[in-house]
Design a protein around this ligand. Structure first.
Ligand code: URA
Length: 259
């Protein structure tokens, strides 16, 4: 594994901002570049036992009371992981609950698991996840420092956008995750989490980089930015620089408002 400074340079290179910030990473001089972290062993891949058309499985529909009563992320995972509240439950390989520090200052919220996430049961582990890791590294955090979740916990077929009904069923879970983690700032990735959490319908290109507030826990600042999968598709200097600006703003907010 390369040294931390090299990782920092690589992250800036990927975000297309190398040369725009001091090589030493001094933009966050109080935050050292991330130290290499041990990579958790990947769980053995599961095989899909269902055919293409999902067959309803015996499962549960967690009650709102049990979700609200969960006192830890582990409790919440236990209470929700067999969920069959919407049709996505029948098609999943793994329930992708979310992961990271239970006391994270920064929380990232994406849309829903893709193929790799469905196989591994972990959020953002595919190509978009690799870029997200670099984005996190570029602002001086590691994946273990932040918390990463999605609006829906089960993979939508063909990676389509979750329907409003699917999102509505899953929303209490992500809201309880937010209540338990109590992040100082939330970064939403793409249009879906902003729409589902805050009801904002404006296109992400117009709305990214503009602070919002989530009406929970007395108001949590929300910074919308592009989804890493979009960045990979639109790998232009402008898009990458925009993401960098959004992440810098979120990091700066935390530095000015420590928990
Ligand atoms: N895209 C998402 O929105 N979430 C993931 O976990 C992976 C890809």
């Amino acid at each position: 594994m390369s040294d931390p400074l090299q990782q920092w340079r690589d992250a800036l290179q990927d975000l297309g901002v190398a040369g725009l910030v001091p090589e030493s990473g001094a933009i966050f001089s109080e935050v050292p570049p991330p130290a290499p972290q041990p990579v958790p062993p990947a769980p053995a891949p599961a095989t899909r036992s269902l055919m293409n058309s999902p067959v309803p499985k015996a499962g549960s529909i967690p009650s709102q009371e049990s979700v609200s009563a969960a006192q830890s992320l582990d409790d919440l995972r236990t209470c929700t992981q067999d969920c069959q509240a919407c049709p996505l439950g029948a098609g999943r390989i793994k329930f992708v609950f979310g992961e990271g520090s239970p006391t994270a200052q920064m929380m990232f919220i994406g849309e829903g698991p893709g193929r790799d996430e469905d196989l591994q049961g972990r959020p953002f582990v595919g190509r978009a996840g690799e870029l997200l890791d670099k984005m996190i590294g570029a602002i001086g955090f590691t994946r273990q420092d932040v918390y990463i979740a999605n609006i829906v916990k089960c993979r939508p077929p063909d990676n389509r956008t979750p329907t409003p009904e699917e999102s509505r069923k899953c929303l209490p879970y992500v809201r309880r995750q937010i209540e338990l983690v109590r992040p100082g700032v939330i970064v939403t990735l793409g249009a879906t989490p902003l729409r589902e959490l805050l009801g904002v319908q404006t296109g992400i290109t117009r709305i990214r980089g503009r602070w919002h507030q989530l009406d929970m826990l007395g108001g949590i600042p929300v910074m919308p930015t592009f989804h890493p999968a979009y960045v990979l598709r639109q790998y232009t200097q402008d898009v990458r620089r925009a993401v960098w600006e959004d992440l810098k703003a979120a990091r700066a907010w935390l530095d000015q408002h420590p928990k």
